[in-house]
Write a protein that binds this ligand. Structure first.
Ligand SMILES: Cc1cc2nc3c(=O)[nH]c(=O)nc-3n(C[C@H](O)[C@H](O)[C@H](O)COP(=O)(O)OP(=O)(O)OC[C@H]3O[C@@H](n4cnc5c(N)ncnc54)[C@H](O)[C@@H]3O)c2cc1C
Length: 415
């Protein structure tokens, strides 16, 4: 086993939450090492960003390099169900902030962030899979395994887990807790195609609902003029048929959904079709002595509102601010400075996810009677501004959405 010199902060994983935390901390003068199990660029799902995420990138001085990359522009989200079609344009949202963002190929996006964090001074060691760790009073030791099966140890004053769905620390420290949402699965791929722009808005993510199962939905995310990400989400028993390959399952579900099939009828699936199941997870705590959990290593809800990267970056910003104080020797409360503020927005998104699957939010979204000021407040959440204390559709989301759904149902029946 090789022993490496001590650093201030070790980060497990160099995805967006790891890279943004590293970028902020090295710019404050700390020695930060990221240990990443893969070699970048590598595929990752999670391609549609939200405008709120732009603020977090800006705060870490990472926005310019993302802008320079020329990613697909995104200015809103569109929803389709039978003959209902609703668009949310981020420029019409309640409150201030960014009105647009990007749809990104994550292999490229994640590498840009990681490279920039490295340029700012972070050390990244690729192909180092974290397998174990030991906490002592002051220093913590992380053990890794490299691609030739050699083991290495690293010491740090603090460890941040940004390992995404691998959830390294929750698994090692037994912090996992089941999510309140039932296990769902997703089948997805990239397609190369020239799609007819008359049929959909290239500047928006399109969420299409299956005509017979309102809890099965699809994303169509333009990545550039000729490359698209498509995927379907639903409970496994509704998506899987033993006799079908994932390619055939995905195509069959698309064919069952006329408004989406109209757009995609000429495509062929040439890239690998991937599946992911049971991704929603929760933990008993987001921090402990000498460690904190970032992004998906903490909690993941559901992909429907593209909130994953935004939540991951919010956790990165809050953790970096809190850790900065701790490393200066100041008394800090991780509950008050990190977990509680993070959870506020997570709970907002949770209310939107919950009401999407109960059907209440779909009732609202597909109603043609939404008052403009309410639509603007919901639009702000879809843009990621879930932490906005001035938006009652953020602070009191659960109650407001239930009430509004009832109004929409009554109005729908009186039509
Ligand atoms: C089907 C689906 C669709 C989604 N769509 C969207 C979307 O449109 N928009 C959106 O914002 N979010 C989306 N998400 C969520 C998004 O993928 C995640 O929220 C986001 O990637 C979280 O970032 P992260 O930095 O926490 O983790 P990740 O991006 O997963 O990064 C974790 C890193 O840790 C590394 N790692 C893992 N194990 C180890 C180890 N043992 N040692 C060292 N390194 C390790 C990994 O290789 C990886 O590079 C989607 C999720 C799913 C399941």
């Amino acid at each position: 086993m090789t022993k490496n010199s001590l650093c201030d902060v070790l980060i497990i994983g160099a995805g967006p939450s790891g890279a943004v935390t590293a970028a902020i901390l090295v710019q404050k003068g700390y020695q930060v090492t990221m240990l990443e199990s893969t070699a970048f660029p590598r595929f990752s799902i999670g391609e549609s960003l939200l405008p709120q995420a732009m603020e977090f990138l800006q705060l870490a001085n990472l926005l310019d390099c993302v802008k320079e990359a020329g990613f697909q522009f995104k200015n809103g989200a569109a929803f389709a169900y039978h003959d209902h079609y609703t668009e949310f344009d981020f420029s019409q949202k309640f409150g201030g902030g960014f009105n647009s963002t990007f749809q990104v190929e994550r292999a490229i996006f994640d590498k840009i962030l990681a490279d920039k964090a490295q340029e700012f001074g972070a050390t990244i060691i690729y192909q180092q899979r974290v397998t174990n760790l030991e906490f002592t009073d002051k220093l913590h030791t992380v053990i890794t395994c490299d691609e030739t099966n050699n083991h290495h140890s690293y010491q740090a004053r603090f460890v941040l887990d940004a390992s995404g769905f691998a959830r390294v620390l929750p698994n090692l420290l037994k912090l996992n807790r089941p999510s309140e949402f039932p296990p769902r699965m997703s089948i997805f791929t990239h397609i190369s195609a020239k799609l007819d722009r008359q049929l959909f808005d290239q500047n928006k993510i399109l969420i299409s609902v299956h005509p017979k199962h309102a809890d099965i939905w699809f994303w169509l995310i333009p990545l550039n003029d000729t490359k698209y990400s498509i995927g379907v989400v639903g409970e496994p028993h509704l998506l899987e048929k033993a006799q079908l390959t994932p390619e055939d399952q995905l195509m069959e579900l698309i064919q069952q959904t006329p408004n989406l099939y109209t757009i995609l009828k000429d495509i062929s699936l040439t890239c690998p079709v991937r599946k992911i199941t049971g991704y929603a997870q929760d933990v008993s705590t987001l921090y402990g002595k000498g460690f904190a959990l970032l992004g998906n290593a903490g909690e993941f809800l559901d992909p429907v509102f593209s909130s994953g990267v935004t939540i991951a970056l919010k956790s990165a910003v809050l953790a970096a601010e809190t850790l900065d104080l701790e490393l200066q020797g100041k008394e800090v409360g991780w509950q008050e400075s990190f977990a509680k503020p993070l959870q506020k927005g997570v709970n907002t998104f949770k209310a939107y996810v919950r009401t999407w699957y109960t059907g209440e939010l779909q009732q609202i979204i597909f109603s043609n009677r939404q008052p403009e000021e309410i639509k603007a407040k919901i639009c702000a959440i879809l843009a990621g501004y879930a932490w906005d204390e001035t938006n009652d559709y953020a602070t009191d989301a659960r109650r407001k959405l239930s009430l509004l759904a009832k109004v929409c149902t009554t109005l729908g029946q009186s039509n």
